[in-house]
Write a protein of this length. Structure first.
Lengths: 148, 534
């Protein structure tokens, strides 16, 4: 008999959940969070969090059980709109925030996402960035007010 | 040699400990600094990787209760409206600070005289003026001379560029006719003393991999070590020990291997910040000092000031490139700095125009404030916010109140079983009114700059960067812990050089003033050496 993994480690279920939280963009420039394969990273981070981890894990477990009672394939088998409704009904906003606390950093560091939002797909250092100079007109106004 | 008695023992290698140690080393006395954290390496800072925001929220978080690193001690903040923040390493909290570098203004030293509240400092701006200038040179400060809000001073380096976001926000202040001035910033606008100029990495708050942002591990400490000062890392001081006559004679500390060690010293100097210093004094009870060391006034740990902050974000139609460049150093405004009783509160606040944050923090902030939902609308809402935001921090003067305290927690301890600090802090009615006023004025400035919407966080909880007032200075031993040059009234070979000594706190970031004071204490000791303990 195969043991069912905990919901956070159920990659198929988590992929669906993360794609609901951050779906692909309509233009296709930005992938869904689940499709980026972030499930394991988010699960690991949550399980290492002694404060947020246990309540989020319990809530996600309950969500999976609820969706399995509504559809034989659970959340992955449900129509997107129905899936969103059940997530909204089952997960307290604070617990969703707990997932997002780890999901957003994982998502917005991915090179494909960085390119999609107009950022170079590289670490900030060592290249850094260019910054516009101070407006010369503003500087002139300040100089006129200077204390000698 | 390990545990050889030293002339001067400095506890804490942060902003003040570094400045003091460098300056006192001229005496020729042996100087040792014990620091509970490690030396940092620039190649380990988060901005070297794509995961810079994730690491900035975890092991480089400004909260010791989030990081929970071996160098950290826990802080019970359950009874505090604001979370105390700090970093424990050589360089201390300057590792993670924004390097915004205003000085206290002359009026901040005479609050009681000017407004009948708080207390006057026993020193004035003019006393510290040469030390402000010296400190600016040591840290490497960029800025524009001539701000009418201050006595004239010349930062050693040209000001940093405001960038598109700074130009935009400044235009709002111009339209309203409000004071604004480019910030003095401890970030290099050009190469200086072997350190490279800022390249606008934009992750100042999790350490500067470029080394352009001043942190004392790369400014004061190399210079202090060249003078022979020793730094011993991974060392957590348990208590300051005293002689039969009540004078300090050294410390007991746990070394990096967890072994209890004893270090003797002729002079002990505390530089552990406004939470760590009272914690150590209160943990140093003895027969001679039953209420804790240097505590005959019962003021150790009292009058904690934290600078309550609000933040107001403006959302603009055009992209502002706000995530690029030094995070916290655009400009300041002292338009509402002085008391105007018609506003319904006493004293005032300043604005700090800051850049915005990276994409992950933008998404988190947006979700927390109802601007960026999860689900179908996420990307549209995110795109409206990301790179389209400019922010004003409102930093308010926090008047001293004896009920705001650092005490010892009866249960919580650190990894060495040393009692941890408990912070009790409640926002005063005066501060509430000031924050509310500041939020409305910030909205006005942002709209004048062209914002189409503003969003306010009227009290930032994760904003206890400035830890002050818990061992205040003064001339009267009944109403202060140290005298006007940092010497403990009760223990004449014990000195305090961190923000604990602040009598009042102005409405600006304190590090420049803390370091200037530390330099001044070192010079005072040098000048009074022959009669130091009389």
């Amino acid at each position: 008999m195969t043991e069912t993994p905990a919901a956070l480690n159920d990659l198929h279920f988590m992929k669906t959940l993360l794609d609901l939280l951050i779906p692909p963009s309509a233009s296709g420039d930005l992938p869904g969070a689940g499709a980026l394969g972030l499930s394991a990273a988010v699960a690991t981070a949550l399980q290492a969090d002694p404060l947020l981890g246990p309540p989020v894990e319990a809530a996600v477990q309950a969500l999976r059980e609820t969706t399995l009672s509504q559809h034989p394939e659970g959340l992955p088998g449900m129509a997107p709109q129905a899936a969103v409704k059940v997530v909204e009904a089952q997960l307290d906003p604070m617990l969703i925030m707990g997932i997002l606390l780890y999901l957003y950093p994982a998502y917005y560091q991915h090179p494909r996402v960085l390119e999609g939002i107009g950022e170079p797909p590289r670490p900030p250092f060592p290249e850094g960035f260019d910054v516009e100079a101070t407006d010369a007109e503003l500087l002139e106004k300040l100089r006129a007010r200077r204390r000698a | 040699m390990l545990n050889e008695p030293v002339g001067v023992l400095v506890i804490g290698a942060g902003a003040s400990g570094a400045a003091f140690a460098w300056r006192i080393a001229d005496t020729g006395m042996s100087v040792l600094c014990l620091e509970q954290g490690p030396w940092m390496k620039q190649q380990d800072y988060p901005s070297n990787g794509l995961d810079w925001e994730a690491r900035g929220m975890r092991e480089f978080s400004t909260s010791p209760n989030v990081r929970r690193l071996p160098a950290d001690y826990p802080v019970n903040e359950q009874d505090s409206d604001i979370s105390p923040l700090m970093f424990n390493a050589v360089g201390g909290s300057t590792i993670l600070w924004a390097a915004h570098f205003p000085r206290l203004t002359p009026g901040d030293f005479r609050v009681k005289t000017e407004d009948g509240v708080g207390a006057d400092w026993p020193i004035d701006y003019r006393t510290l003026e040469p030390y402000f200038a010296l400190n600016d040179r040591m840290m490497g400060v960029s800025g524009l001379a001539g701000d009418p809000a201050y006595p004239y001073h010349e930062p050693p380096l040209q000001p940093l560029p405001l960038g598109r976001v700074g130009n935009t926000l400044a235009s709002g202040f111009e339209r309203l006719g409000w004071h604004w001035w480019p910030s003095d910033s401890a970030v290099l606008s050009q190469e200086y003393e072997g350190r490279a100029a800022c390249i606008n990495v934009g992750s100042c708050l999790s350490g500067c991999a470029q080394g352009a942002k001043a942190s004392t591990d790369i400014t004061y400490w190399p210079a202090a070590q060249r003078k022979g000062v020793q730094v011993r890392t991974g060392c957590r001081v348990r208590e300051i020990t005293v002689r039969a006559d009540g004078m300090a004679d050294g410390v007991l500390y746990y070394d990096a291997e967890g072994q209890l060690q004893e270090q003797k010293a002729e002079i002990v100097v505390l530089a552990c910040n406004g939470v760590g210093t009272p914690r150590l004094l209160l943990n140093s009870r003895s027969r001679q000092h039953p209420e804790g060391l240097a505590n005959s006034s019962s003021l150790v740990g009292k009058n904690l000031m934290l600078h309550p902050y609000a933040v107001v974000m403006g959302i603009f139609e055009e992209p502002l490139q706000g995530r690029r460049g030094p995070t916290g150093c655009l400009f300041w405004s002292h338009e509402f700095y002085r008391t105007d009783r018609s506003r319904g509160f006493v004293r005032g606040y300043s604005f700090e125009a800051i850049r915005s944050v990276g994409p992950a923090q933008t998404a988190l902030w947006g979700t927390l404030h109802g601007l960026v939902p999860w689900g179908e609308d996420h990307h549209r809402a995110f795109a409206r916010l990301y790179d389209h935001a400019g922010m004003l921090l409102c930093i308010t003067e926090d008047l001293p109140d004896e009920t705001n305290t650092v005490t010892l927690d009866p249960e919580l301890t650190d990894a060495h079983k040393i009692p941890a600090p408990k912070v009790t802090y409640r926002l005063s009615e005066n501060s509430r009114k000031m924050l509310a006023h500041a939020v409305e004025r910030a909205k006005e400035a942002l709209m004048a700059a062209g914002a189409v919407e503003t969003v306010a966080e009227p009290l930032m909880r994760e904003a206890g960067w400035h830890l002050m007032g818990t061992a205040r200075m003064g001339r009267d031993p009944r109403t202060s812990v140290v005298n006007e040059w940092g010497q403990a009234h009760d223990v004449r070979n014990l000195f305090i050089v961190d923000g604990s000594v602040f009598v009042t706190d102005g409405a600006v970031n304190p590090t420049s003033t803390i370091q200037a004071f530390a330099l001044y204490v070192a010079d005072s000791i040098k000048q009074k050496m022959e009669t130091l303990f009389d």
